[in-house]
Design a protein around this ligand. Structure first.
Ligand SMILES: Nc1ncnc2c1ncn2[C@@H]1O[C@H](COP(=O)(O)OP(=O)(O)O)[C@@H](O)[C@H]1O
Ligand SMILES: [Mg+2]
Length: 266
């Protein structure tokens, strides 16, 4: 569904050295699969997603979505791609402050199916995200966690075939974060959506089918599409203060023990 081939995106600031935000990344996400890209702050995760969302163009490399290179799209085609094919949970949390929860979550549906139908259609997803009691609350009265869930509802609203999530649990408490991750993984399985989730939260990686580790814009020491969770856990382990019980057994079994997934790294 999504394939990145040797993707490069550098940022130029003033006359200085370019920042190598994404520096030759190759990876794939299949339909119905949840892939986590795990890396510390500044490792290039958000930059990579803006390129996949066709918000900025790559310097080189290819971004294939359903076989089509989205970096070659015109502006109008890119807008249509974002509206119809993509769900993008970015970190902005920017809602229309005068609008209520339903209106903000249904924005994309207003364009694709109309206002009335859109407002009706979005309600079950808002209920599922725990916002059923807030449907007519104004956006500017919402907590950061509630805003984040409105953004998630909007991203899922058009049933995109590709979903990008930038730290989707960043503003949520642990319990709500778990619920959102479970929901994202369920929705992807149900609908056959390809989900690329970027995060610096080890807990979030536990829900993924595969985990890649990003450091300084590059995938850490694994092949382009082969990093199993055990390999990611092996990378995470040395940064933990204590040994992870069951780590060796889990590595050979190809799973990350829950301690590895939830132990605080920062
Ligand atoms: N618009 C920008 N202009 C210049 N540098 C940027 C810009 N956006 C990000 N960077 C730099 O690119 C690197 C990767 O940033 P980012 O993609 O935001 O990483 P992450 O999401 O993993 O925290 C960082 O060094 C950051 O300072
Ligand atoms: Mg980021």
């Amino acid at each position: 569904m999504l394939e990145l081939r040797d993707l490069v995106k550098h940022h130029l600031i003033g006359g200085g050295e370019p920042v190598r935000a994404v520096d030759g990344v190759s990876m794939q996400v299949c339909a119905g699969e949840m892939v986590a890209l795990y890396g510390p702050s500044g490792s290039g995760k958000s930059t990579l997603l803006t390129v996949v969302a066709a918000v900025v163009a790559p310097d080189s490399g290819r971004v294939l979505v359903g076989g089509r290179d989205i970096s070659m799209l015109s502006e109008a085609e890119a807008a249509s791609y974002r509206l119809h094919e993509l769900g993008y949970i970015d970190q902005s949390l920017e809602l229309l402050s005068g609008g209520n929860v339903i209106q903000n979550a249904a924005l994309k549906l207003w364009v694709t199916v109309g206002v009335r139908r859109g407002n009706r259609q979005i309600e079950p997803m808002l209920e599922r995200l725990g916002l059923g009691g807030r449907l007519r609350h104004r956006a500017d009265s919402l907590s950061m966690g509630e805003r984040q869930r409105v953004m998630i509802a909007r991203a899922l609203s058009t049933e995109p075939k590709l979903l990008l999530a930038d730290e989707p649990t960043g503003n949520l408490d642990t319990q709500r974060g778990r619920e959102v991750l479970e929901l994202l993984s369920e929705v992807c399985r149900e609908r056959g959506t390809a989900l690329l989730l970027v995060t610096h939260d080890p807990q979030a990686t536990a829900y993924a089918d595969r985990v890649h580790v990003l450091r300084d814009g590059r995938l850490a020491e694994f092949g382009p599409d082969s990093a199993p969770r055990s390999a990611a856990a092996a990378v995470l382990a040395p940064t933990l203060n204590t040994a992870i019980p069951g780590m060796d057994a889990a590595s050979t079994a190809g799973t990350v023990p829950s301690a590895a997934a939830t132990a605080p790294l920062r």
